[in-house]
Design a protein around this ligand. Structure first.
Ligand SMILES: Nc1ncnc2c1ncn2[C@@H]1O[C@H](COP(=O)(O)OP(=O)(O)OP(=O)(O)O)[C@@H](O)[C@H]1O
Ligand SMILES: [Mg+2]
Length: 288
């Protein structure tokens, strides 16, 4: 059976193997324009390895200013790995090696002189599971501005905490209990607290790794609305398993498969007229 026939009749637990073995027959070169006007970050020829195992292959992708790019694709295709390249979170993983360039404002973020802690203040991250510190709501948001010395006095700090909570759409719900533990909030509130914590240091880029997967539809809608607001000031890259969410929040979508960026383009084009066979199969629910 040739690869095309195999893909026409997907058998879920055998499909991945079929595609791997048929990789030489399926062109995995990126389809679509991976560049964008006004890029804030550029990923160039990036390969990522965990020990001897390669997880990301030759990826090129721009992260645009004041825009949201969704990263979608089947589990294990390298979305989280690639996202973590952008703020060098992979540095913290033993055995993980990144090759290639990731640029911010034309400078390689992997250059030896770059301090990853300062980079992570410019490129913030929000994780799948909200992870507030075991501290008060106030101190969760105040943490970054304090360690980065962004405030002169208590008044400055209060101002940043209030503004960040307000922009994250959480202030009204917590303003009377800022001294209570962040861990005592609901899941959706905790995720907005983590977003407030990320934006308190005025990052330029926010990375979100499935930020709504633990949330109910109401909390999800709230976060999606917030992403639309945040886009006015920040650049956002979001990993999501929900194609509806990608369609609602992002201007560009990147489809990954087995570590390759298979297709990238304007979100509406990816969902209405995908060019690559693998993208089409994924978005029509035949795979992934
Ligand atoms: N810390 C690690 N050590 C070794 N291998 C890893 C590690 N993290 C990820 N991998 C491997 O790298 C590949 C890509 O994983 P990654 O977590 O980036 O995928 P993903 O697209 O985010 O998947 P999911 O949708 O399930 O979150 C997988 O094969 C995974 O097993
Ligand atoms: Mg992941």
């Amino acid at each position: 059976m040739d690869t095309t026939e195999a893909l026409d009749m997907p058998i879920p637990d055998q499909l991945e193997e079929t595609v791997i073995s048929g990789k030489k027959d399926i062109d995995l070169t990126t389809v679509g324009d991976y560049t964008t006007e006004n890029p804030r970050m550029k990923i160039r020829d990036v390969n990522v390895f965990y020990g001897a195992k390669q997880a990301v292959f030759d990826v090129n992708l721009d992260i645009g200013s004041n825009s949201v790019v969704s990263m979608i694709g089947p589990s294990g295709c390298g979305k989280t790995t690639l996202l973590r390249c952008l703020n060098r979170m992979n540095d913290t993983i033993d055995g993980c090696r990144v090759e290639g360039r990731v640029e911010m404002d034309g400078k390689n973020v992997y250059a030896r002189k770059v301090d990853p802690v300062l980079l992570r203040a410019r490129v913030g991250m929000v994780f799948q599971k909200p992870n507030p510190f075991p501290k008060s709501i106030f101190d969760n948001v105040a943490y970054g501005p304090r360690i980065h010395g962004l405030v002169r006095d208590r008044t400055d700090l209060e101002e940043i905490v209030h503004t960040s909570l307000e922009r994250a759409g959480l202030l009204d719900e917590v303003k009377d209990r800022l001294d209570q533990p962040g861990t005592g909030l609901s899941g959706g509130q905790q995720q907005r607290l983590c977003i407030a914590r990320a934006i308190a240091v005025s990052p330029e880029v926010i990375l979100m790794d499935e930020p709504c997967s633990a949330l109910d539809p109401i909390a999800t809608a709230r976060i999606e609305e917030l992403i639309g607001e945040l886009r006015k000031n920040f650049s956002i890259a979001i990993v999501t398993h929900s194609m509806q969410q990608a369609a609602r929040v992002s201007q560009r979508t990147a489809y990954f498969h087995l570590g390759y960026l298979v297709e990238v383009g304007p979100t509406k084009d990816i969902f209405t007229m995908p060019k690559h066979q693998l993208t089409e199969e994924y978005i029509t629910g035949r795979f992934g």
